[in-house]
Design a protein. Structure first.
Length: 282
């Protein structure tokens, strides 16, 4: 009889340890949020929250929020609440290296009924809603593309493994990885092009890549011959995307917009009528 009790005790202890380990290793499930995209060429996203639901966002992205919604600035995405200060500082440093803010803002609905909070990107563009569960639980985006996401989305910095992308890719070297099973929202400049690759290879301008799923291989390659590289106007290198998965592209990256609007940008010659017109005016 004592032996049977001991066996039963061992079984219960084993079940308890297994359950505890399972809870520890289980990913935090994302909050289920509703949303509405507002606008056409210049968009923002309005998130609808139930009581105690939370959405995390890039610092400074909030446009407006209704009464009952509290916000708190934290040094993490909230997926690891027991993480120590050193771990938070390490992740914050990674975000700073990637050009992002050190802090993430958490917006929680503390009132009754429905509450709404809206977010927009730092420059004119399009908001892309992404259901992470439908994308295999992970997408990789360019730094500065993340806008906001449901609580439970894990954000981390990843480096491109290809040396070519590291030296010549510019925007493509340091990337941001989003993991989870809820909604995430990314921002792109201009018009968004969504492509599904099934083993094909797509060559694009390095700044036009917004994000892609984990089945896509990202690399940088030379943009043709010497003549094309020097006089073609498309840059020295192009990004190549290949594999199986989804790709998001943008027609007007912020770097191109700044270059074209600057006093010495590409549009200056068009506006002044070229060198001959300047010579005649002088």
């Amino acid at each position: 009889m004592f032996t049977d009790q001991l066996i039963n005790f061992d079984k219960k202890l084993f079940i308890f340890i297994a359950a505890k380990k399972s809870i520890k290793n289980k990913k935090m499930r994302s909050h289920e949020v509703d949303y509405k995209i507002i606008g056409h060429d210049v968009q923002l996203v309005e998130i609808e929250l139930d009581p105690n639901e939370t959405v995390i966002a890039e610092a400074g992205a909030m446009v407006y929020m209704e009464p009952g919604i509290d916000f708190e600035t934290k040094m993490g995405d909230g997926t690891e609440p027991n993480e120590g200060l050193f771990g938070k500082l390490l992740k914050g440093a990674g975000r700073l290296i990637a050009g992002e803010s050190l802090f993430i803002t958490h917006f929680t609905h503390r009132g009754y009924g429905k509450g709404h909070v809206a977010f927009a990107g730092p420059y004119p563009g399009t908001v892309i809603p992404v259901n992470l569960m439908q994308m295999g639980g992970r997408i990789i985006v360019q730094r500065d593309a993340f806008l906001c996401a449901a609580m439970g989305t894990k954000m981390s910095i990843t480096f491109n493994r290809k040396l070519g992308a590291g030296f010549f890719g510019g925007e493509g070297f340091i990337l941001e990885q989003l993991d989870g099973d809820g909604m995430a929202f990314i921002h792109a400049g201009g018009t968004v092009i969504e492509r599904q690759l099934n083993g094909e290879t797509l060559r694009v301008d390095t700044g036009c890549v917004v994000g892609f799923t984990s089945g896509i291989d990202f690399d940088i390659q030379q943009a043709g011959g010497l003549k094309s590289m020097v006089f073609g106007g498309e840059g020295l290198f192009l990004a190549t995307l290949s594999g199986h998965g989804k790709v998001w592209l943008q027609s007007m990256p912020i770097s191109k917009l700044i270059r074209e609007l600057s006093p010495v940008g590409g549009n200056q010659r068009k506006e002044t009528g070229g060198f001959l017109n300047q010579f005649l005016q002088d």
